[in-house]
Design a protein around this ligand. Structure first.
Ligand code: AMP
Ligand code: ZN
Ligand code: FE
Ligand code: FE
Length: 287
């Protein structure tokens, strides 16, 4: 079984529509894929409608959080998408992305970059707007060579010249909200140092105490030494470990299924969840 538990579609900052994403996941030989767009579940219906035979969809989202001033991402799986408290928080975070992206456009204009909100809005389409969309506008304008080139202190990196914060959840609240909605939480790329500051181990221990289920270990932003360290930490704290691609279509280099999650751990995630269940494509395996 090949299981990839972290992907993005055009519902946030990926480039595949949700329907294309599940088709591509099947073509990549995956048995299970999770759709985890930033702060939204809007892509789920389209992904479910297009789900190919033999592929199982795990519904989820990647929630933007901040703890002690450090930004982090919390993957949430199989929660009830209608549960009002979590839904309200998701909408707050997602909706605040629009004024925030406009703010980044304003800062870029002050820096002499001829970017416009209309350009960024066109690139984002109806997806939840984020820095990768702004970064793509900078690529179009020839300001930077590629999307990664915009994630520097000069431009959009955390604290960068054109960076603007957005509303984010306290991860302890996020863990509790997701659990109350029947879902399971996995801390995404916890030690991705190239993205900026990361949480100290003591904070990860606090999240474990708050009910965190797992941490993402096999991820393109973790080197071998980091993965070994995270495996040790997971053992110490009694956390599950996952591996995933964090696929963003053509906006990032990682391929679907580049990293995968152990079937036993996947089974444990599904056993812990009660807010929603994995959906097999017509005729596909149940789990
Ligand atoms: P936002 O949620 O709008 O703050 O944007 C964060 C997203 O930008 C992350 O989910 C990544 O997909 C992307 N990102 C962060 N750092 C980098 C980087 N160094 N290169 C390319 N994309 C990045
Ligand atoms: Zn993303
Ligand atoms: Fe992330
Ligand atoms: Fe992601």
């Amino acid at each position: 079984m090949r299981i990839d538990l972290h992907t993005h579609s055009t519902a946030s900052d990926g480039t595949d529509s949700p329907a294309d994403l599940v088709r591509n996941a099947a073509a990549a030989g995956l048995d299970v894929v999770a759709l985890t767009d930033h702060d939204t579940t809007r892509g789920h219906a389209e992904a479910l409608a297009a789900l190919p035979e033999g592929l199982t969809l795990v519904t989820g989202a990647e929630l933007s959080c901040r703890m002690d001033g450090i930004g982090l991402h919390m993957l949430a799986y199989l929660f009830d998408p209608e549960e009002p408290a979590l839904l309200a928080e998701r909408e707050l975070v997602r909706d605040d992305r629009v004024p925030r992206a406009r703010g980044m456009v304003g800062k870029l204009q002050e820096l002499g970059v001829p970017v416009t909100w209309e350009q960024v809005a066109r690139i984002a389409g109806d997806g939840s707007v984020g820095r990768p969309h702004v970064a793509e506008a900078l690529v179009e304008l020839g300001v930077v060579p590629d999307v990664s080139g915009a994630f520097t202190p000069e431009w959009l990196a955390d604290g960068g010249r054109a960076y603007v914060e957005k509303h984010e959840l306290d991860p302890v609240d996020a863990i509790r909200l997701v659990k109350a909605a029947g879902g399971v939480t996995v801390f995404a790329h916890p030690l991705a140092v190239k993205r900026g500051q990361v949480l100290p181990e003591a904070s990860i221990a606090r999240l474990a105490e708050a009910g965190l289920d797992g941490i993402e270990v096999d991820h393109m932003d973790h080197d071998e030494a980091t993965r070994a360290r995270l495996r040790g930490l997971a053992k110490e704290l009694g956390l599950l470990t996952t591996g995933s691609s964090d696929y963003h279509g053509s906006r990032k280099t990682c391929r679907l299924g580049e990293y995968t999650t152990d079937p036993e751990i996947y089974g444990e995630i599904t056993r812990r969840a009660s807010g929603a269940f994995p959906v097999p494509g017509a005729g596909g395996p149940v789990a």
